[in-house]
Ligand binder design. Structure first.
Ligand SMILES: Cc1cc2nc3c(=O)[nH]c(=O)nc-3n(C[C@H](O)[C@H](O)[C@H](O)COP(=O)(O)OP(=O)(O)OC[C@H]3O[C@@H](n4cnc5c(N)ncnc54)[C@H](O)[C@@H]3O)c2cc1C
Ligand code: FES
Ligand code: FES
Length: 503
């Protein structure tokens, strides 16, 4: 038997463990005996010899490894794809899904996908190293947007670096390819029945005593494992029994730890198949965003109510990063320069934390206790983020300052929320990243603003509040002098322009 085995569609379904099963171009691939931290990229290249997918940076930055990962759509009639960085995704998280690589695009009669054909005609490729990733990002785009405009095309390429061709002919290729909309859609008719066949169970397995058994996808002889539960009950139960488990959501942090720090957690639990965690629900006053909801979905969710939040998200990583990365992962990771937290804090977001069958609500302002430290107890996890909806008269502004516009880490990101009462600032919530060991509110700056007419706020008072609030630290991305200046100027800018009332 070769490195993978192909099933016939009529094979009897059995519960398979230690085998990752996914669909590739009309066939089921069984990946057996692989480590729980094998990346999708390594498996594609080294075992399946799909070497069109390249490794550039191995940290989600360059886009050379972009592939499309698919799941059955809600109706079970087709496949929904996302562009993904294969270098930072772990193979066992593919179980039950499908993949398209650059090799998937050429039809049996040799016809290329219109994006490929136009890349050739428009001279969109020179050394070619970036080309498969660029083509996959564009092919993914046109699956949902057959007539993208220039902005949508450039946005879709913000995570694909090309060092020799330049983007003009690449953008031209994408535009010209869209002149043949009927040829853009991938034919996934052969994949749909196979995806149904390998569909993961949606209910927990119980022992004769009624205890939950979380079936591993991958298990080693030492007892280390990768599990992929379907329900919150399984997540909670497994975490109580194995509190040191590493939770895996979008893998855009964990994948780097695996590749760059050679992290090999004993127990990994993937949350991407937990139906309850993938849901967004709402009341009249708030959204409840499940811990496995992607940032791409959040971007759309908040677009109308909080356009500045969407703009911060548009500049968060790149589309393949945002297609898997989650709010909960950003929050739990707790990086001092995490970008969503200032927005969430200014908007008064709370976390629903669960341990076993008990939940508690914690205001995000009170979540961090230090650099990458938080109030979560062993066995506890973030179940959802509760984001208040805008109230009448509320202003919300946010802005990320970084050296590059796209795909860059913040020098600082700031966000503010307030209303105006008789023209005076009221209920001010101002939060930053990049100024302290964790993202945080800035109560002394809020006090400078609260109750004042915007025109009466003095830059010197804000400067004094910044000095009194934070310890001056120069960093790799900015000096303290620069960060402090930006922090003050953003606060002033946010109150000067009041045209962006959100409700
Ligand atoms: C190329 C690139 C660009 C990036 N750009 C940005 C950027 O612009 N701004 C920014 O802020 N970040 C950025 N990041 C960092 C990263 O994408 C974010 O932090 C992201 O939100 C992490 O989410 P995730 O779902 O991928 O987390 P994962 O990698 O799956 O997990 C991250 C951490 O959270 C824990 N965790 C996950 N879910 C839960 C849960 N439900 N409960 C408790 N713990 C949990 C995990 O155990 C892990 O410790 C970038 C990363 C890369 C690779
Ligand atoms: S190899 Fe660079 S993003 Fe994956
Ligand atoms: S064609 Fe050489 S890096 Fe893009």
């Amino acid at each position: 038997m070769g490195p993978y085995r192909l099933f016939t569609p009529f094979r009897t379904m059995t519960q398979v463990t230690n085998t990752v099963r996914f669909v590739l171009d009309g066939q089921i691939v069984e990946a057996q005996g692989k480590r729980r931290t094998t990346t999708v990229l390594d498996y594609l290249r080294e075992q399946l010899h799909r070497t069109g997918t390249k490794e550039g940076c191995a940290e989600g930055d360059c886009g050379a490894c972009v592939v499309m990962v698919g799941e059955l759509n809600a109706a079970g009639t087709g496949v929904d794809y996302v562009a993904t960085n294969a270098c930072i995704q772990l193979l066992p998280s593919l179980d039950g899904k499908s993949v398209k690589t650059i090799e998937s695009l050429k039809k049996a009669d040799g016809t290329l996908h219109p994006v490929q054909a136009e890349m050739i005609k428009c001279h969109g490729s020179q050394c070619g190293f970036c080309t498969p990733g660029i083509v996959m990002s564009l092919v993914n785009l046109v699956q949902v947007l057959p007539m993208p405009n220039r902005q949508q095309i450039t946005d879709s390429l913000s995570g694909n670096l090309c060092r020799c061709t330049g983007y003009k002919p690449i953008i031209e290729s994408a535009t010209k390819a869209c002149a043949k909309p009927e040829a853009l859609k991938l034919d996934d008719s052969a994949d749909v029945p196979l995806l149904k066949e390998i569909k993961r169970a949606s209910v927990p397995t119980l022992s004769l005593d009624g205890d939950i058994i979380v079936q591993p996808v991958v298990r080693t002889r030492k007892g280390n494992e990768f599990v992929s539960p379907a329900t919150i009950a399984e997540v909670a139960d497994y975490l109580i029994k194995n509190p040191s488990t590493t939770l895996l959501a979008g893998s855009t942090e964990i994948g780097l730890q695996v590749n760059k720090q050679f992290s090999r957690p004993d127990h990994i639990m993937y949350l991407g198949n937990v139906a309850e965690l993938r849901q967004v629900s709402e009341t009249a006053s708030a959204w409840r965003i499940g811990a496995a909801v992607s940032l791409t979905q959040v971007e759309t969710l908040v677009a109308q109510a909080y356009p500045d939040f969407t703009e911060v998200l548009r500049r968060f990583g790149s589309p393949p990063i945002r297609s898997t990365a989650t709010l909960a992962g950003n929050i739990a990771n707790g990086s001092p320069i995490g970008d969503t937290m200032p927005c969430l804090m200014a908007l008064g977001a709370s976390l629903v934390l669960r341990r076993g069958d008990k939940t508690r609500k914690v205001l995000l302002d009170n979540f961090y206790t230090g650099m990458k430290k938080n109030v979560m107890q062993p066995g506890e996890f973030i179940e959802a983020v509760e984001l208040p909806k805008p109230v009448a008269g509320q202003m919300f502004r946010a802005h990320k300052v970084s050296k590059r516009f796209e795909q860059d880490i913040s020098a600082t990101c700031a966000a503010i929320s307030y209303t105006l009462k008789d023209g005076k600032l009221s209920g001010v919530k101002l939060a930053y990243n990049g100024l302290a060991p964790s993202p945080c509110r800035a109560p002394k700056l809020e006090a400078v603003l609260e109750g004042k007419l915007p025109a009466d706020v003095k830059a010197a008072d804000l400067d004094a509040a910044i000095t009194a609030s934070f310890t001056a630290r120069d960093g790799l991305r900015a000096t303290w002098a620069y960060r402090a200046l930006v922090a003050r100027n953003l606060a002033l800018e946010f109150i000067e322009e009041q045209t962006k009332e959100v409700a």
